[in-house]
Design a protein around this ligand. Sequence first.
Ligand SMILES: C[S@@+](CC[C@H](N)C(=O)[O-])C[C@H]1O[C@@H](n2cnc3c(N)ncnc32)[C@H](O)[C@@H]1O
Length: 408
Amino acid sequence: MYTFGYHTLPLTEHDPKRFTRVTCAPTLAPYLKQELETLGFDCLSMDKTGVEIKATTREAIGLNLHLRTAFHVLQRFADINCRNADELYREAKRLPWDRVIDPAGYLSVTSNVNNPTITNSMFPNMRLKDAICDKLVEVAGKRPDAGSKQDAMVVHMHWRENKARIYLNLTGRKLSDRGYRKMPYKAPMRETIAAAVLMEMGYTGEKPLVVPMCGSGTLAIEAALMAKERAAGLLRSNYACNHFLGASESDWKQERADANKSVAKRDPAPIIASDIEEEAVEASRKNAITAGVDHLIEFHVCDFAETPLPDDKGDIILHGEYGVRLGDDSLIETYNRKGDFFKQQCAGWTGYVFTSGKPLIAAMKLKVSKRTPFTNAEIDCRLLKYELYEGSRTSKASDNLSDCQDTV
Ligand SMILES: C[S@@+](CC[C@H](N)C(=O)[O-])C[C@H]1O[C@@H](n2cnc3c(N)ncnc32)[C@H](O)[C@@H]1O
């Protein structure tokens, strides 16, 4: 069994840097790395679904508040050698769970397992949960309630072959659950992807941002939060880090107070959001109110092509339906109109389309200047960038197909 200095909470003066893994959705790791570096962390490594850093527990807890593109902040508790579930139980039971798990609390166990002896993905969670609870009964005479809610203490295991790494999940439910989207409309973009898309666009709030087809308003709301430098995690109050044994309420309050101080004084350039459905605009407005940014967003009910554009040029992004998700394959005409709209009304702007599907991209009949892959709701998507100069329209759809060869 290998361990690396067991966690002890509360956050005493002795709070060493610990191995910390911050997870994210596939395709978001470069944006997460950028965020972590901006916050002053050196990244030890990056893979498809996460970035590894060293952080004190206090720093790791603060990341819950600051990161926009992450799912979970995990801190290593122990590494164990185990070839099968019996060995997992035996080795895990030797760990000092009584230092971190509140026997009067509620525990969830999650895992990502690739071990030849495991065929039922729930089984390792159950064995690890049994090891933790049995240890606590022995040491404290009491065990926590356990279940799958992930809204209190969460222990996560990453098990490959005969090595399992056990983490304390300091976040709980994914950070993409910011808490403002009380009213989701059709096919909303996940908040973390919206934040990464805006980072890819280089959005800072200095230039106007127009979001026709806004749905439940995620892109506009994330933009307003970013422009105001509002810590995205402040909107939510419940994090797993506050449920582990000895978590300090005053430290957490201090972290929140510090995060609150970072709010920018200046308001961003206009953010305009519109949708053809009144219900969508109503949902967007309510979500923006919950997020505390409704005063920064101008809403309109209209066709995307009638969205009022400010005189100053900026960025315009369309995230319309792309068939696969909404079961509608008669979208070619809409994409043709989107191309016309960009060409005829948005000269001097930078246009973006978030979509999936070669025929739809070709139907834009515009030259793509950059394409960036994203995975949204398990669908391969692209953020397409269009520099909208006069005369940028190609003559035929087929001219544009070469631009789409590596697209989905
Ligand atoms: C995929 S959803 C947008 C999701 C949004 N990005 C979010 O995160 O909630 C597409 C939206 O486009 C809107 N829409 C469809 N056709 C439109 C049109 N011609 N003009 C304006 N909006 C339209 C739909 O009402 C829907 O809300």
